[in-house]
Design a protein around this ligand. Structure first.
Ligand code: NAD
Ligand code: UD1
Length: 328
């Protein structure tokens, strides 16, 4: 059994990675301070996997505690999912976002180096491409000009990791650029944390379907797209989790820096998402057009060929079947 540290392993993407890791015979060790998740998730992971799940309640910025955890386990790799992810909150509290996202990454890297752990997979985002440029987005498309503190933290961390790989040959660094993760494990036990009013499209539609919110606000109807609404690349979170496995299994954690897009390669408009949701769940989703959301790009979808060629990974779910069981 191979130990894998997973920071943010109690969160939405982290928990799905934990399930995929256990299924493939790895032994994940969660490092999480439960700032945006709940401890009860550990029990759910145990129910789904049928295994005891190791976890530490630790803030990654607590170097003393992190070092002592690293010393207790023999482990070569960290999957680094921990971080804050709300664009809106990052605008309200930029310093807290820089401190948590960048501060915890620096602390983690320092403690890894001290313990001679030199392999890391970093959860980055399509938001680093936030610029108008040719589509589909490829790993070598331009990054930068990020539009908010959250996006800036992802961009800055990527730059830190690029410099690290360039200047210290011991490191194997994989940057995983997630497009739009949706849905959840078939058990219905693991969910994206959406207390209050959600910001993201699918969690919002779910609340409308549950009649907890009256209608969906569609942000903008005059984008230069086929139906005037924004286009995104929606990827099932289980496919995304399997992408991390592909990185581990295919031994692509080779020296230096490797960047991969994790998306389906297919873009869907907001109206197409609404229609697909209505069809799948046999439910009507009332919506109204409102003004554009600041910072939204019109179209974002990836070219996922590099991950297929090098990792033998591709998304299995399309938009329609990603929505199966979504109301569970
Ligand atoms: P999440 O909020 O559900 O999970 C993040 C986890 O990190 C939480 O359990 C939280 O408690 C933990 N955490 C935060 N700060 C910490 C710290 N200082 N020390 C220890 N634990 C800490 O988010 P998610 O959706 O699972 O996202 C995981 C990663 O993927 C994030 O870095 C996010 O920016 C990135 N990402 C997410 C999406 C998305 O749509 N969900 C898209 C692109 C990138
Ligand atoms: C957003 C963030 C991105 C972050 C990602 C995951 C912004 C500008 N971008 O991506 O940085 O990495 O979430 O957390 O916030 N939409 C509506 N009505 C809604 C919600 C969304 O019309 O109530 C539209 C949006 O305009 C967008 C699409 O649905 O076109 C998807 O939105 P969302 O789920 O928030 O994802 P992104 O904006 O792609």
């Amino acid at each position: 059994m191979k130990n894998i540290f997973i920071s943010g392993g109690a969160g939405y993407i982290g928990t799905h990675c934990v399930i995929s890791l256990i299924k493939s015979g790895y032994s994940p060790i969660i490092l999480d301070n439960f700032s945006s998740s709940h401890k009860s998730v550990i029990k759910k992971l145990q129910i789904i996997s049928g295994k005891r799940v190791k976890f530490y309640n630790v803030d990654l910025r607590d170097k003393k505690k992190l070092r002592s955890i690293f010393k207790k386990h023999s482990c070569e790799i960290v999957i680094h999912c921990a971080g804050f992810k709300s664009v809106e909150k990052s605008i309200e509290k930029p310093i807290s976002y820089f401190d948590n996202n960048i501060g915890s990454t620096l602390s983690l890297l320092e403690c890894m180096k001290d313990q001679k752990i030199f392999k890391i997979i970093f959860s980055s985002s399509a938001t680093v491409y936030n610029d108008s440029q040719p589509l589909p987005l490829k790993e070598n498309s331009k990054i930068g000009k990020t539009q908010n503190p959250y996006g800036n933290t992802k961009y800055i961390i990527e730059r830190i990791l690029m410099d690290l790989a360039k200047n210290d040959s011991r490191w194997s660094i994989s940057i995983a650029r997630y497009f739009n993760p949706i849905s959840s494990h078939e058990s219905g036990l693991l969910k994206e944390n959406s207390n209050g009013v959600p910001n993201n499209l699918i969690p919002y539609i779910i609340k409308v379907a549950q009649k907890k919110l009256p209608y969906l606000k569609v942000f903008g109807k005059n984008y230069k797209t086929k139906d005037g609404t924004c286009i995104r690349d929606y990827i099932h979170v289980t496919d995304l989790a399997d992408g991390h496995l592909a990185l581990l299994k295919n031994n692509k954690l080779k020296k230096g820096l490797n960047i991969y897009n994790f998306g389906t390669g297919k873009g869907s408009s907001v109206l197409e998402v609404i229609k697909a949701f209505e069809k799948q769940n046999k439910i009507s989703i009332p919506y109204k057009y409102t003004k554009r959301r600041p910072g939204d790009v019109a179209v974002s979808y990836c070219d996922p060929k590099k991950a297929f060629k090098e990792l033998n990974w591709k998304a299995n779910f399309n938009l329609q079947n990603s929505l199966i069981d979504i109301l569970k």
